[in-house]
Design a protein around this ligand. Structure first.
Ligand code: NAD
Length: 579
């Protein structure tokens, strides 16, 4: 059967230009395959195929101006689809045409076809859903757990920061002894501490429910997996149901890597979620992995009273961060922890009556040790293989990542992926921005996820933070740079806080003079990345930053003075002239 494909209703435009033709006569297209790209002065927009079949005629070319209702192509649909009566009908959700894969007979199919279905209610997912709703799209957010917020709000960034703050105050109180003020040793009521942590989580996750309601975003609880290119099956508390969508955003995140061959049914072996439960304080604890999660949790448990060891596979803590920034942290952790074994591998963990017996290998490897708790924090893996993505034709790589373009589009044009499942770095603030991009692209905006930099912060004590190019990367990539740096031992605010250690450094491109990277270590170092990230995005040079007046006395002066050091105008240190 031959059908016509016409330009759908494209908003307030009489005529817009065809800037790309993505198909040829003879192509076999699926429902929602993008046919052409239109561009107005406000937005670009893909026109998807409303029907599946073989294109028999193409009636437009690049440069043509088209209006709603204009004929784009003719398509031979075989016998599978009815011909839409009008351009309006052609613009209706593609789910109203025959889906390429029939829905499962068992699950009831919802009548509503959503403009956007977001799979996963973490920071990326709820941000995408809220932005989509704000842009006028009918949106549903599917989340497998009872609360929104994902790992970050429920069992990640937020509860860990509540505990790290507590640990920080305990540390600070102890340090007051050197200032002539003694508090005695802390009395820790674990139940109350857990309650505080949960109250913070509850406040935030409860706020999300309100925000969803205010925007009329439908929230469906249950585990979603694709049932076809335009439908997902949700298995929830009330049974299974099918939701139909015109566009989907996959935001299903990641999970902790579980090292194989370990006794995972033993509750003394935990991942970050288990560590944040704070069930009790183990006498001796081993943290496997000296990365971000490992060190944050080691910090918490050590300050709360456990004897903590850390074992790290690579030669240094926080791989990926410049060694000069890690150094003050390593020094502090060496005092706080019992042992840090670098370049060391855990070869076996055995469940024994008295604890978990851990075997090590490597030059620094100790004898087997017994621990009351072992935390495995060796990274996270994406959840791409958990959602039957192949049913919708979405490609997932071997590791579970879903490849996307700069508009967060997967290989299937109407399905997008964001956050941890869409690639490194697995950071909430990357996911939220990607979520907004995906929603805006679906709404027809000219949006791309194209950041110059994404900040990283390790919320230990001291904090370690960096943004843009690291010095190690600059060297590896042969990028010529100038560096300005300022030690916190020369910053009055830092000294007043009793902190001698710390460093802020900024890298500038040797040719253009533009800021290309920065890092800092010290209390609240993460906060300094805001200015430095903006400097990178705006292409600021050393003078731009150095001539910006930073309030005195603040830690942010270390940013201004690191820039002055690069510009050669610094007076707070004696710097012999370079030439
Ligand atoms: P990570 O990649 O930061 O650290 C894992 C560490 O484990 C690395 O140092 C690695 O060398 C080490 N390791 C790997 N296998 C090992 C083994 N067999 N024995 C000993 N060490 C081993 O991963 P993570 O700390 O688990 O964090 C996971 C993700 O979550 C990261 O992508 C991180 O960005 C994100 N996250 C971010 C924050 C934050 O922004 N503050 C906090 C928590 C988690």
């Amino acid at each position: 059967m031959s059908s016509e494909i016409r330009v759908p209703d494209i908003g307030d435009f009489d005529s817009v230009e065809v800037i790309e033709v993505l198909v040829e006569v003879g192509d076999v297209v699926e429902v929602e395959t993008s046919l052409i790209v239109l561009e107005s002065d406000k937005a670009t927009m893909d026109v998807p195929a409303p029907l599946a079949g073989t294109l028999t005629e193409l009636l437009i070319s690049v440069g043509d101006k088209v209006a709603p209702g204009d004929l784009i192509a003719r398509i031979d649909t075989g016998t599978q689809a009815a011909e839409p009566a009008s351009a309006d009908e052609a613009a209706k959700p593609a789910v109203q045409a025959a889906p390429a894969v029939p829905p499962e007979a068992s699950a009831p199919v919802d009548e509503v076809a959503y403009d956007v279905l977001v799979m996963g209610g973490g920071p990326g997912g709820y941000t995408a859903a809220f932005r989509a709703a704000d842009l006028g799209l009918k949106t549903v957010l599917v989340e497998r757990y009872d609360t929104l917020g994902g790992v970050c709000l429920n069992v990640g960034c937020i509860p860990s920061k509540a505990l790290l703050h507590t640990a920080h105050v305990i540390d600070e109180a102890a340090a007051m002894e050197q200032h002539g003020v003694s508090f005695g040793s802390p009395q820790i009521n674990l139940e109350k501490l857990r309650g505080f942590k949960q109250s913070v989580v509850k406040q935030l996750t409860g706020g999300l429910v309100q925000l969803a309601k205010q925007r009329k975003v439908d929230v469906v609880h249950g585990t979603a997996r694709f049932a076809g290119p335009n439908s997902v099956q949700v298995d929830g508390p009330g049974g299974a149901r099918q939701l139909q969508f015109r566009h989907a955003i996959i935001a299903v995140g990641s999970q902790s890597v579980r090292l194989p061959g370990m006794p995972w049914d033993d509750e003394r072996l935990i991942d970050s979620t288990g560590a944040l439960e704070l069930k009790d304080m183990p006498g001796r604890m081993l943290v496997i992995g000296g990365g971000i999660i490992g060190l944050e949790m080691a910090n918490v448990y050590a300050v709360l009273g456990s004897s903590v060891d850390v074992v790290e596979l690579t030669p240094g803590l926080v791989p990926g961060c410049d060694p000069d920034l890690v150094k003050p942290l390593s020094k502090r952790m060496a005092k706080r922890l019992d042992n840090i074994w670098l370049g060391t591998k855990v070869t076996q963990v055995e469940a024994a009556g008295e604890g978990l017996r851990v075997h090590f290998s490597g030059d620094q490897a100790p004898e087997p040790q017994i621990y009351g708790r072992v935390l495995v924090a060796v990274g996270r893996k994406p959840n791409g293989h958990t959602i039957d993505a192949q049913t919708a034709g979405v490609q997932v790589d071997d590791r579970g990542f879903i490849p996307v373009d700069r508009q967060m589009r997967t290989n299937v044009p109407h399905i997008f992926a964001i956050g941890d499942v869409a690639g490194q770095p697995m950071l909430a603030h990357k996911a939220t921005h990607e979520g907004k991009t995906a929603a805006e692209v679906i709404a027809g905006h000219k949006a791309e996820f194209d950041p110059s930099c994404i900040p990283s912060v390790v919320y230990t004590d001291p904090e370690v933070a960096w943004v843009g190019l690291t010095e190690t990367q600059a060297k590896e990539q042969g990028i010529a740079y100038d560096k300005g740096q300022f030690p916190w031992a020369a910053n009055g605010r830092s000294l007043g806080m009793g902190n001698q250690d710390g460093l802020t450094k900024i890298l500038f491109d040797a040719q253009t003079g533009r800021c290309i990277g920065a890092g800092a270590v010290g209390p609240n170092a993460g906060e300094l990345m805001a200015e430095l990230g903006l400097a990178i995005e705006m292409g600021a040079d050393a003078e731009d930053i150095g001539l910006t007046i930073h309030a005195h006395p603040t830690l942010s002066e270390t940013v201004g003075m690191a820039a002055e050091a690069a510009a050669g105008t610094l007076t707070d240190l004696y710097m012999p002239k370079k030439r």
